[in-house]
Ligand binder design. Structure first.
Ligand code: ZN
Length: 355
């Protein structure tokens, strides 16, 4: 019993005393453990972000992190608790997110990568976000086949989405721009796409279409994680290459998902992915009037190692008698592109986006 009490005390006090720090190429994340009843407020002044906690023990400490994005942080007692001041390096931007169970605050600080091309009609010095769009399949792999071929429909939707985002000052990278596979080996093909979700980019959206044996329709959005739902697992196997290969890559992705469960830093990125998924589904359903099939997690191989918010969107069922035919039309593809661009912009403009 004494051990348990000691452990609980340590978790409660250490959590706030010293944030967990994670670094990746181009970013530093600080994760503060927060007691459930505590209040917090954030403010920024120059290169310093202040987080004032109330209902926490008073702290007095100073830590030098010396990462490319963060100089360090200090904590001083303030009324009812402590105030942490994190000193950012010049040329960085940050975003914050609160997580529950256990309650945490994530502060993510990212280097602003210099833009190589000048952006006309813009006086802002902030670099443009970089969005990676991944039209699934292509070349030897048509994907789902019905009234349209998945590989063709998702490519056109991606190209239309790219145009909309670029008109709003966003840089867009496509994993493919023609009816081509990236590799004849499906695992390598998915690996090449996944590698584009590196931390120099802002977010990653893989675009797919469904097929179902029974007449199903609607849009669903996924972020990476485990599932015990057999239907979702079957879909993941299919998108992960199908057959024995799809089963193997799905098992690999499931074990990554299990490992990520214990990684608070990775969990923070998955939380951002969930936000992106929710906003994208909302915008897609609003633009198209399609049935919402919800946001889910599943072990999709292509988003298993994403260092940035990453989702996989299923834009509809190619073999549904009504939806499949709509997916063949330019008008509906434009509505889907409006929805995708709208969801991505909503995410970039929200508190989750870079500031
Ligand atoms: Zn697909």
């Amino acid at each position: 019993m004494r051990y348990i009490l000691v452990l609980v005390f340590c978790l409660a006090s250490l959590g706030l005393a010293q944030p967990r720090v994670g670094t990746e190429d181009g970013l530093t994340r600080l994760v503060f453990g927060i007691p459930n009843e505590a209040k917090l407020s954030l403010s920024r002044s120059g290169n310093e972000v202040s987080i004032r906690f109330q209902g926490t023990p008073p702290r007095n400490l100073r830590t030098l992190l010396n990462t490319p994005q963060v100089v360090g942080y200090r904590a001083t007692p303030s009324p009812g608790g402590s105030t942490y001041v994190v000193t950012l390096r010049a040329g960085t931007s940050y975003r914050t997110l609160e997580l529950a169970n256990p309650r945490r605050l994530v502060l993510e600080v990212r280097s602003k990568t210099p833009t190589t091309t000048a952006r006309p009609r813009s006086t802002s010095r902030a670099p443009a976000p970089v969005v990676v769009l991944d039209p699934g399949h292509g070349g030897i792999d048509p994907g789902a086949v019905g009234f349209v071929h998945e590989e063709e429909a998702v490519l056109e939707v991606a190209l239309r989405t790219k145009k909309l985002l670029e008109a709003r000052g966003i840089r867009v990278i496509l994993t493919r721009t023609a009816d081509k596979h990236l590799s004849a080996n499906k695992a390598a093909d998915l690996g090449l796409r996944a590698a584009m979700a590196d931390s120099k980019r802002t977010l990653f959206v893989s675009i797919h279409a469904n097929a179902a044996e029974r007449a199903a329709q609607g849009i669903e959005v996924y972020y990476f994680g485990e599932t015990i739902d057999q239907r979702l697992l079957s879909k993941a196997i299919l998108e992960n290459g199908g057959g024995a290969l799809g089963q193997r890559l799905t098992r690999e992705a499931q074990s990554v998902a299990q490992r990520l469960m214990r990684d608070l830093i990775a969990q923070a990125n998955l939380k951002f992915s969930e936000q992106l998924a929710l906003k994208t589904l909302r915008a897609l359903v609003r633009e198209t009037g399609a049935v919402s099939r919800g946001v889910h997690t599943a072990p999709f191989y292509v988003i298993r190692n994403a260092r940035i918010p990453a989702i996989l969107v299923e834009i509809g069922f190619v073999n549904h008698p009504a939806e499949g035919k709509k997916l063949a039309t330019s008008a509906y593809r434009q509505q889907l592109a409006n929805g995708l661009a709208g969801g991505i912009m909503a995410f970039l403009n929200s508190g989750n986006a870079q500031r």
